[in-house]
Design a protein around this ligand. Structure first.
Ligand code: UD1
Length: 419
């Protein structure tokens, strides 16, 4: 298993480009199952989760071709397998996103239940309930979600909880359903809007994506399209916090500042100077130590749970006391236990981590437990004195494109130890 070795304590400085968003590319790839025509997808990040999705689509019969710029053409004319097997789903929960498209276009889908996950139970009951409301017969058999429907019907669905992939799955299914579907209490994440944009360019009739009520009028078929995936706001946020906690200054190009408002407000509170352009963000700490901030995760446009571990890392070395409250997922503080091993002063009160900043962390061998926790550990390692060895780096490779190359470009001393 690969590891990353970081020799910390240096302020980051320089310019890098942000990649396409993993969480937008995954549903867009799944949406290619909705049409028999070719879909060209640009700005797809090269990540393990993307490779897993491609393997999944190929196993169903979708033809995938890469061009020289690594844009992806997906052709789902022949789809002879309507099953997502456990081996693939267990490594990536987002595989559930093929359920809606398969069911809508072919009337059948068998998708393995995702099973346990390091960051809490993460059920898929709201996806299932939505498909049932659209007239599908859904049962759980031998660990698989088995869904059947001769023709999905439009329905009025109110989500109990805001769910990102749940909204995306049902929105995709509704594009080919008979009649109109209304999704209430929908997720408003930019990735939902990006998927809606792609679907509309395929001929879908969708209104209200980006608000909590989405209307979808079903059509009989969708066509091919050419779609460019939006920039990754979580990758952007991760590099911004990396600059803040190392007291550095960094410019990020090819990003979308408008998607990071909640994160930027908190960075400013931490004492960062932040300048924004059309598609770039610059952050400078002018050598200053960050000030601890209080954050509470909520669905978009609130503070993203996927940035919680990184801000927690910043608070460990910040001036003062900061609280981080997680409201989306239970059991999402494993990173904080590892920060404690690096000398952080953190105590837990229910779903809140209360952190009193220390002058500096000390390097240690640490273990990544999930994707964003591993990003937090890298940041802690960059801020720490001495060497930090981050194990189980496959979690990072699921979601951050060429991370050590990008950090090195910003002056970090980081190397991969291939194991
Ligand atoms: C997506 C993101 C993930 C992010 C999360 C929250 C992708 C591929 N992943 O995950 O990076 O951390 O949104 O912003 O886009 N829930 C239920 N029943 C369901 C579905 C969800 O109770 O059927 C609950 C979950 O347990 C959780 C909350 O709803 O407490 C939000 O989860 P959800 O938005 O569905 O997360 P994902 O879409 O899996």
């Amino acid at each position: 298993m690969d590891k990353l070795l970081i020799s910390g304590g240096k302020p980051l400085s320089g310019t890098i480009d942000i990649s396409g968003a993993k969480n937008a590319a995954l549903p867009v790839l799944a949406s290619t199952l909705l049409t028999s025509e070719t879909v060209l997808i640009r700005n797809v990040p090269q990540l393990n989760d993307i490779a897993t999705t491609i393997t999944l689509l190929q196993s169903m019969g979708v033809e995938i071709v890469f061009d020289e710029q690594l844009n992806i053409s997906a052709d789902a004319k022949e789809v002879n397998e309507r099953r997502a097997p456990y081996d693939l789903v267990k490594t990536m929960r987002a595989s559930i996103l093929v359920l809606g498209p398969l069911l809508a276009r072919f009337g059948e889908a068998d998708v393995s239940l995702p099973g346990g996950c390091a960051i809490g139970a993460r059920p898929v009951n709201l996806h299932v309930r939505g498909f049932r409301a659209m007239g599908a017969e859904v049962s759980i058999e031998n660990g698989y979600i088995r869904a059947r429907s001769s023709k999905l019907k439009g329905a009025h669905i109110v989500f109990d909880t805001v769910t990102v992939t749940g909204t995306e799955n049902l929105m995709m299914a509704a594009t080919l359903a008979e009649g109109t579907t209304v999704l209430e209490n929908s997720a408003r994440e930019p990735e939902v809007c990006d998927l809606a944009k792609c679907l509309v360019s395929m001929g879908a009739k969708i209104k209200g994506a980006g608000t909590s009520t989405i209307h979808i009028e079903g059509v009989s078929s969708l066509s091919g399209t050419d779609h460019t995936v939006l920039p990754d706001r979580i990758e952007t946020g991760t590099y911004l916090v990396a600059a803040a906690l190392t007291r550095g200054n960094v410019r990020l190009n090819h990003t979308e500042p408008g998607h990071l408002e909640a994160v930027i407000v908190k960075l400013k509170e931490a004492g960062a100077d932040v300048s924004l352009g059309d598609n770039w963000i610059e952050i400078s700490m002018h050598g200053r130590r960050p000030i601890a901030v209080d954050i509470k995760t909520t669905p978009y446009p609130g503070f993203p749970t996927d940035m919680q571990a990184q801000f927690c890392a910043m608070n460990t070395v910040a001036k003062g006391v900061g609280t981080v409250t997680e409201t989306i997922f239970e059991n999402r503080f494993q990173h904080a236990l590892e920060y404690q091993r690096m000398g952080a002063d953190i105590r837990f009160e229910g779903n809140t981590a209360v952190c009193r900043g220390v002058e500096s962390l000390h390097g240690a061998p640490v273990m990544a437990t999930d994707l964003r926790a591993s990003a937090g550990l890298l940041l802690a390692g960059l801020a720490a004195e001495g060497e930090t060895l981050v194990d189980r780096i496959y979690h990072v490779d699921r979601g951050y494109e060429r991370i050590e190359e990008k950090f090195r470009k910003l002056g970090a001393d980081i190397q991969r130890i291939v194991g």
